[in-house]
Design a protein around this ligand. Sequence first.
Ligand SMILES: Cc1cc2nc3c(=O)[nH]c(=O)nc-3n(C[C@H](O)[C@H](O)[C@H](O)COP(=O)(O)OP(=O)(O)OC[C@H]3O[C@@H](n4cnc5c(N)ncnc54)[C@H](O)[C@@H]3O)c2cc1C
Length: 418
Amino acid sequence: MDSGFDILIVGSGHGGAQAAIALRQRKFAGTVAVVGEDPELPYERPPLSKDYLAGEKPFERILIRPAHFWAERGITLIPATQVVAVDAEAHRVTTATGGHIGYGKLIWATGGHPRRLTCSGHDLIGVHSVRTRADVDRLVGELATTRRVVVIGGGYIGLEAAAVLTKLGKPVTVLEALDRVLARVAGEPLSRFYEAEHRARGVDVRLNAVVECIEERDGRATGVRLATGEVLTAEMVIVGIGIVPAVEPLLAAGAVGGNGVKVDNHCRTSLSGIYAIGDCAAHASEYADGATIRLESVQNASDQAAVVANAVVGQPEPYNAVPWFWSNQYDLRLQTVGLSIGHDRAIVRGDTASRSFSIVYTKSGRVIALDCVNATRDYVQGRALIVARAQPVPSELADASVPLKSLAALADARATDA
Ligand SMILES: Cc1cc2nc3c(=O)[nH]c(=O)nc-3n(C[C@H](O)[C@H](O)[C@H](O)COP(=O)(O)OP(=O)(O)OC[C@H]3O[C@@H](n4cnc5c(N)ncnc54)[C@H](O)[C@@H]3O)c2cc1C
């Protein structure tokens, strides 16, 4: 193949699909193609560890748009095609089969590949990651012959998978290397809450767990051996230990980056005419005190897609959206707004025992994030506190009878007075 497009988007996940949609919404009239290594039409990933895994939502319902949408909008989809190299000077990419595709501007939206275990047994039959439809279909196909499951990694994806499989009646053990689950993304009160919720449903949550290897028989996983020598029998091992951003071709082409490709606040990489968005894009975030971070969320992928589309159509607007995220486990809906990185105080608002509460994170007195469990009102109202950089009195934040919007109004009034 040796063709060219005005806009070539690499990656047919959330960011890539939303960038193509956003371009057409802004009346971009040039040619647009989305090339992705996944064989499927663009689909949502969050349900993969939630209702799709549970068998409660068919694949058609997790498509980002129905099949007919793309052709109707003049968006060319090139599935099952991996881009392996980028020539930023010649404005063309090379695919794994040796084909070339030219571009006017390139949008790199490749997300990441699941981080693999490095111990022996990491590639056995029965060892799974949860990143693609194919991953989940393979896993579900083995459930009938699975008696016990070990989940390695107590992050959101691991815990969501543990919740679904527990509901499906499988005995599940969660192995977390650190001393609490969700340690990288949430404060201690939230970690302890989820740890207790999983344990209450029979999940064997093991903290400070060091995996030595996966045991096998005839090429199939039979269990997980811990550094202590204990072997946990399991026919299925789910590995949820994060992702490695898929940026090798861009870095090889000379883009600045490392853990992700570095972008400015218009999602421009250091290479002319090349943008990057979503999980693979490392950007300076005002919600992390200017630190360069990668966000792995639908919000970030969608909002950065809009930023790139605005830049392409000549109406640039910098990226500074407030981060948000959600996670569903059992009957618990967690909604997060802001970034709790670097907080020096985690204030519990309400009673965790009621299973409807929030945790407000502050840094030097300023509200920087909220984790809201079955507390949508706090989630909606708390956002304004973050945007206003409000510094409410901690005792008022902790008092669930004081609506957050009244504290936000107070912050607004103070800002006007100042
Ligand atoms: C199981 C699961 C549950 C999640 N739950 C939530 C949630 O509840 N809330 C939330 O906000 N976020 C959630 N996320 C995260 C969210 O889905 C991602 O942040 C989002 O999909 C990022 O979009 P993206 O376009 O950057 O990457 P992706 O959606 O991962 O898309 C990247 C695409 O690029 C393709 N690709 C990679 N390299 C190449 C290459 N060289 N050539 C061609 N194609 C390539 C990949 O195959 C993939 O299809 C979840 C993710 C997973 C996996």
